[in-house]
Design a protein around this ligand. Structure first.
Ligand code: ADP
Ligand code: MG
Length: 733
């Protein structure tokens, strides 16, 4: 018997000892330098189960992840409020008082626990609907508590629902005088004790274990001084547990700067390295084609912006370095002719070019337009898309490889493996935001032996802050001027009550010889419904605008390419007065005689799409109109979008508004970019910091591209360490 007990006691000790060693081991064997890379499981109080949940729910794998999961807001517990001063506008308050009463009232679903907290100035009601039993046991009438929660106004009395309660002690009175961080959480985490309080204590434990050596300074002293920043270790501590607003501001500022600065350093350094290592064809001359076109063919004077951009591109293509350039310009700013001039420079230097557009219609239009422009200039232009098949395709491919085709215009088909050029010197993509990164990257491979120069054009202006980030390693040209004589487009918001008047207005415009677009949304999830709306709309319009006085075109995604083309052409030639369409006409279509754009269910379009659509009109000399039709009921967001459209025609302003409304991650073309996974900076709000950070990064790299100067040692070390961590920093095109 005795032996048995002794044995079990020994076994128990052994197990405890083993467990003790295990925890010790984790604490002792982790080398300091890798402290932050430690799995979150090994933080005291976490363990495998909670660790798993933190990984799954919040993507927190390591100490470092936990550290950079910054609070998304703070609750101000820097002072105690007086109950007397409270109002329904007080928001979240911290009170200190004696719990005077605690009763369970009502029953069933109305059952609630009601308490009263009294301080020297008054009394307020506290109420709980959940956890009643537990709270009843925990709270004690007559004791002093610190209560925290949001003040509500209920039945003409003030109360606080579900306040946090903590018994007053000397220690917590001090601890409570803080800005308490609030971390994003989920129900699952809350249930596992990782609620607000749980997360806070994890964080404070981690911070207490972390020494300044674990988080070495990564900015050089001269920069810290110049920017008046606080140190890195301090900033990380303060961002989680600031004592006051000043500390929070200082920490936020430092960390935002650091984040944006290193982002820009990486972008600019990769741009620099690319330029240093990737050679490009030298287009040294501006020759006959260019001059002939410029002097004899160009029907108008280029705008100042167009001239500047052509010059920028010409210089870029003449330096022996591969060009990677983004061309931004608002709808109708004349990017096509600018691109054509660059194509002619490539031709003059003996190279082929290609122009890729995202839709068949747009590619066709470029093909027809450019063919006409260079007609009689001894330039061969060809068209290629998925719909060109068999012998026709074969012939094109052969001639392309022989070098008989000078300009190849088409859709995604251009990047297929079977498309081979003799000597591709310049590859242009129009409306680049529609192409994926991969698709664009494959253009690089089409050039032999060197990659072609790359020009990507976007008609959706991108806010400067986003461009500096998404395209931060490209050179950017901006056409910020519209051709002269354009009248600004008058935009109005209308609903069903105005339908008859809108029809009347359309008739007046048609009587003046103008043409009209009526556009319906087409979103994949509800394709059927959309098609139904479109067809109903078409019928309604057909009734209102009957033959033989009026003719109507209709184009939608479900039609065959041939039929679409036929309908488009009827409209382009002026045989039809109204074009009823889905968003397939959004990009690039150019019919200068069209002066009215009616958009149905406007609320279902994003801002950039609306701006694109509106850009289809206002291309001629006539006053143009955009009519935004909606239902009566609209979300705040939709209202804001419509108000923006009515207020401004400027694509860059609209892009800024879009960025503010939707945030950087949701804007068109940004979804694939890991670069926007910022921890603390916000591209919509931190433009100023970003600009500064980029300018400084540029200056540093201009002088010391590989950061070998002793003063830049911290930068080099940190960038190298980061470089290893970031899996693919990838290039953008
Ligand atoms: P986007 O930039 O949207 O692609 P386009 O290249 O389609 O614009 O140009 C829109 C229209 O403006 C075209 O009809 C084009 O011929 C015309 N255009 C371009 N540049 C000028 C200019 N400098 N002066 C007058 N018209 C111009
Ligand atoms: Mg265009």
């Amino acid at each position: 018997m005795y032996v048995k007990v002794a044995f079990f006691s020994f076994l128990k000790k052994l197990i405890f000892y083993y467990l003790y060693c295990r925890t010790q081991k984790h604490q002792c064997t982790i080398p300091m330098s890798t402290f932050l890379q430690t799995s979150i499981e090994f933080l005291k109080g976490v363990g495998p189960v909670k660790a798993d949940m933190l990984k799954k729910e919040l993507g927190i794998h390591t100490f470092s992840d936990l550290l950079t999961a910054y609070p998304y807001r703070y609750v101000d517990k820097t002072r105690f409020h007086r109950i007397m001063d409270l109002s329904n506008e007080s928001g979240e308050v911290q009170l200190k008082g004696i719990l005077r009463k605690l009763d369970v009232l009502g029953d069933g679903r109305k059952k609630r626990l009601v308490g009263r907290l009294r301080d020297e100035t008054g009394v307020i009601e506290l109420v709980w609907f959940r956890g009643i039993f537990w709270l009843q046991n925990k709270l004690e009438v007559g004791k002093q508590y610190v209560a925290f929660g949001k003040v509500n106004y209920f039945n003409s009395f003030l109360n606080i629902a579900h306040p946090e309660m903590e018994e007053v002690s000397e220690q917590n009175l001090k601890a409570n005088l803080t800005f308490a961080p609030v971390y994003s959480s989920t129900d699952k985490l809350n249930n596992k004790g990782l609620d607000a309080k749980g997360r806070r204590s994890l964080m404070s434990l981690l911070l207490s274990k972390m020494s300044p050596a674990d988080l070495p300074e990564n900015l050089p002293e001269y920069l810290i001084e110049k920017m008046k920043l606080i140190g890195r270790h301090e900033a990380v501590n303060w961002i989680h547990f600031p004592k006051n607003q000043q500390q929070l501001d200082a920490a936020t500022n430092r960390l935002k700067f650091e984040e944006l600065f290193f982002l820009q350093m990486r972008l600019l350094q990769s741009k620099h390295r690319r330029k240093a290592s990737i050679k490009g064809y030298v287009f040294s001359k501006v020759g006959d084609h260019f001059h002939k076109f410029y002097k004899e063919r160009l029907a108008f004077e280029l705008t100042g912006a167009q001239k500047r951009v052509v010059k920028e591109i010409r210089q870029d293509m003449g330096m022996g370095i591969q060009m990677n350039r983004l061309l931004q310009g608002d709808v109708g700013s004349g990017k096509t002719v600018t691109a054509l001039l660059c194509i002619l420079i490539a031709l003059d230097n003996g190279f082929q070019t290609c122009l890729m557009a995202p839709t068949e219609i747009l590619a066709q239009q470029h093909f027809v337009g450019i063919s006409e422009e260079v007609d009689g200039m001894d330039i061969t232009v060809a068209f290629l898309s998925g719909s060109i098949k068999g012998k026709k395709r074969k012939a094109i491919l052969e001639r392309l490889l022989e070098g008989e085709i000078d300009i190849l215009i088409g859709t995604h088909a251009l990047i297929e493996d079977w498309v081979e050029f003799k000597n591709l010197g310049l590859a242009i993509t129009d409306e680049q935001h529609r192409f994926g990164v991969k698709q664009r990257a494959s253009l690089w491979k089409k050039g032999k032996p060197l990659p072609p120069h790359i020009l990507v054009m976007t008609a959706t202006p991108i806010p400067r802050t986003l461009a500096m980030t998404l395209y931060g390693d490209l050179d950017v040209s901006v056409i910020d001027e519209l051709p002269p004589g354009r009248k600004s487009i008058t935009t109005t918001h209308r609903n069903e009550n105005h339908r008859i008047r809108v029809f009347g207005f359309m008739k007046e415009e048609i009587a003046k010889g103008r043409q009209i677009y009526v556009v319906y949304p087409l979103i994949e999830e509800s394709e059927k419904l959309d098609l139904k709306n479109l067809m109903e709309g078409y019928e309604a319009i057909s009734r209102e605008f009957p033959l033989p006085d009026y003719a109507i075109s209709i184009v939608h995604g479900k039609m065959k390419a041939k039929d679409k083309e036929f309908e488009m052409q009827r409209f382009v030639k002026g045989e039809t007065q109204i074009m009823v369409a889905t968003t397939v006409i959004e990009v690039g279509v150019n019919v200068p005689n069209a002066s009215v754009m009616v958009i149905e269910s406007t609320d279902r379009f994003g801002l950039s799409q609306l701006h694109q659509l509106r850009g289809r009109v206002g291309r001629g000399a006539d006053q143009s109109y955009c009519i935004l039709m909606t239902d009566f009921k609209l979300s705040t967001d939709a209202r804001e979008r419509i108000a923006t459209m009515v207020r401004t025609n400027n694509g860059f302003d609209i892009a800024e508004a879009d960025l503010k409304l939707r945030g950087p991650g949701n804007m068109e073309g940004t979804q694939q970019s890991g670069m926007l996974n910022l921890h603390i900076a916000d591209l919509g709000r931190d433009g100023e910091i970003l600009r500064t950070a980029r300018a400084i990064a540029q200056r540093i790299l201009d002088k010391d591209a590989e950061l070998t100067h002793p003063l830049n040692e911290r930068l080099r070390n940190y960038m190298e360490a980061m470089g290893k961590k970031v899996r693919s920093w990838g290039r953008i095109i």
